[in-house]
Each structure stands twice: as structure tokens, then as C-alpha cells.
Design a protein around this ligand. Structure first.
Ligand code: ZN
Ligand code: ZN
Length: 343
């Protein structure tokens, strides 16, 4: 188990070594939709009737055979609950045994459905189940971070086109989240307030980058957007854990997400994207965190500048995104995109 999860000694990232990952989609794979080209296959392990491929349901909505959403263990887990060795030093390096959990939410029995066609009720089922799984996984004292993510499109890393998202429980707070935690701490020390609460307050006052909002949530094109049409959603009230949402908040949150998906579809025609939950880590130092969801359309390939410096090139300002996605009629989008040289 000495190669399971290695941490970059310079603190930038951690790497999972797992032979099964050779099956991850290659960027040269067929189709925009997924590595299997979007075709329904008799072998699709997520399709109804093929439940035998998926060991057992961890949880589900709907009747046994007549499920409308089910959660299963990932066949090629990045981490597994059987891991369990503590972090230990390997010479000057840090390594972790990889105790964690990796689950798949099969979001619908319908193979060809894309997230752009999900109804608000379907998103609500996904997030209700996500909250249930995160609440459960957080009970395990080995896990320091539990979260949700979703890929769409082969360029965004989706290995199967059957609609699914993923739940991850990790034995460490990931580097990206640690970096955010440091920003929350700095802001708290200097201003005495929560960084995300301040962002929400500033953006809802300035009203230059708001994409959608309701009584509980605000969606914005973030001030420093890395990708064209990047979108972030924050709860208005200070809330550390995604899984603390009330049922009413889950409905309001899924309305916002369904709305953002429609905007993306109108403007970029079903682009590959990542949807990533940033959730409050378990350790006490995470107590200042305020959860949020990021949607990152993958319009451009990663560049050396981005990989080497964290500096991104983006031809569309967040203020322009709001003009295009927020107010212009669907007919005008193509012209705008051509003008900006994207597409
Ligand atoms: Zn399928
Ligand atoms: Zn806050």
C-alpha cells in the first residue's frame, strides 16, 4: 500500500495511484458526450436490468427494481473503506493508506438523459441523496472531508454517458480546500467576517455578476472566473455543511442549478463541465468554511501557463457572461459567441 496516495512535498496536490484508472477516458476518445460515445450499451452497468454488475445499492429512491435514482460503490474506487492505514512518512515524503469512500449516484434509469434535460425535481433528488450520503459518511472518524462532484463530457473526464455523479470521502483535507480554508482564515482575521458571506453581500449589492438568485441562494459569475461561463452558487445564510440544508433549501438550490444548466445549454450548447462541491472539512479549523458549488465549463484545454502558474487565460469577463447568459434572448447568443471567438 505504499503507493496509494502520495502528497506533493510542495503542498500543491496529492496523487492517487490505482491501476484501474487506466480506464479513465482519454481526451482523444470519441464524441463530446462521453468515452462510450453516448450509445446505450447492453453492457452499461448503470442501466436498469444490469443491476447485477453493481454489487448492491447503498441507498436508492423508488422501489427495488423500479428505482429512479440509486447509489452504488464505485467499481474502480479512488479510495475504499477497506484502506485504513494512517498517513505515514516515506523518507521526506508523506503518504496515506487511502482509507476513503467513493460512491456513484446513478441519477436516472434513462441512459441518454443529459444534465441539461434534468428537471428541477431530478436535481432535488440528486442533492437530497447527496446530503444523505454525506451525513452518513461524515460519521466515520477516518474521513476528514466528504464531498460531491460531477463530470459531463469526455473532455471533462466522464467515463460513461449514463447520467451519474460521485460522492467522495477522503482521509485528508485536499490541497485545493486547504488553500480556500487559508483564505477564509485570513479574511476572518483581518475583517472579522466570513469571506463567503462578504462575497455574497458584495455581489448582491454590486449586481454586476449575478446570474440567478432566490431567497436562499445566489449564483454568480465569479469576479476572477478561470473559464468562460464559470458559475458559483452560495447559500445566502452562513452554512458550513452542504448536508445542513433544510428540505425547502434543497428545493431552492435545485431550482438555481436547473436554471444555470439551461443558461449553459443556451449559450454553449451542452459543453463539457465539472460541478464541484466545496464543503466544510471535518477538522475544527474547517469551522469557518461556508459551502459553495462551482460549475466549470471546459471550453479550452489546459495550458502550461495555467498548470505552471495558476494563471488562466479567459476571453470572456464575468460581467459579459451575465449580459449574455442573464439577459440576452436565446437567438442572440450565437452572434455574441462568434464575436468573442469561442465556440
Ligand atoms: Zn446506461
Ligand atoms: Zn459565511
Amino acid at each position: 500500500m505504499t503507493t496509494k496516495l502520495r502528497q506533493d512535498p510542495m503542498g500543491r496536490f496529492a496523487v492517487v495511484y490505482e491501476p484501474g484508472l487506466a480506464r479513465l477516458p482519454l481526451l482523444s476518445g470519441p464524441g463530446n458526450g462521453s468515452a462510450d460515445g453516448g450509445e446505450q450499451s447492453v453492457a452499461c452497468p448503470f442501466c436498469p436490468g444490469n443491476e447485477r454488475y453493481c454489487q448492491f445499492s447503498i441507498d436508492q429512491f423508488g422501489e427495488k427494481k423500479d428505482w429512479k435514482l440509486r447509489v452504488i460503490p464505485n467499481r474502480l474506487p479512488f479510495f475504499s473503506v477497506e484502506g485504513g492505514e494512517e498517513a505515514f512518512p516515506d523518507g521526506i515524503y508523506d503518504i496515506n493508506g487511502g482509507a476513503g469512500a467513493h460512491e456513484v449516484i446513478i441519477e436516472s434509469p434513462e441512459h441518454g438523459l443529459t444534465p441539461f434535460a434534468f428537471t428541477q425535481a431530478q436535481w432535488c433528488d440528486i442533492f437530497t441523496m447527496t446530503a444523505r450520503r454525506l451525513t452518513d459518511l461524515r460519521q466515520d472518524s477516518r474521513f476528514q472531508y466528504v464531498s460531491f462532484f460531477r463530470n459531463f463530457g469526455v473532455q471533462a473526464g466522464a467515463a460513461l454517458s449514463h447520467p451519474h455523479s460521485q460522492i467522495l470521502a477522503l482521509p485528508l483535507v485536499p490541497p485545493e480546500v486547504q488553500q480556500k480554508l487559508r483564505a477564509f482564515h485570513r479574511h476572518q482575521e483581518h475583517k472579522g467576517r466570513c469571506l463567503a458571506c462578504d462575497i455574497v453581500h458584495h455581489e448582491t449589492s454590486a449586481r454586476k455578476r449575478i446570474l440567478a438568485e432566490n431567497e436562499s441562494f445566489v449564483a454568480m459569475a465569479p469576479y476572477a472566473s478561470r473559464h468562460p461561463f464559470e458559475m458559483h452558487v452560495y447559500p445566502r445564510r452562513h452554512q458550513g455543511f452542504f448536508e445542513s440544508m433544510s428540505p425547502e433549501e434543497q428545493v431552492l438550490f435545485s431550482r438555481i442549478i436547473a436554471d444555470l444548466m439551461q443558461k449553459l445549454q443556451r449559450v454553449l450548447a451542452e459543453p463539457p463541465f465539472h460541478m464541484i462541491l466545496f464543503n466544510r472539512p471535518v477538522p475544527a479549523e474547517g469551522s469557518r468554511f461556508h459551502w459553495h458549488m462551482e460549475i466549470l465549463p471546459r471550453v479550452f484545454a489546459a495550458t502550461a501557463l495555467q498548470e505552471g502558474t495558476g494563471i488562466y487565460m479567459n476571453p470572456v469577463t464575468p460581467e459579459e457572461v451575465v449580459k449574455v447568459a442573464g439577459s440576452r434572448p436565446a437567438q442572440g447568443f450565437d452572434d455574441q459567441i462568434d464575436d468573442n471567438g469561442i465556440g
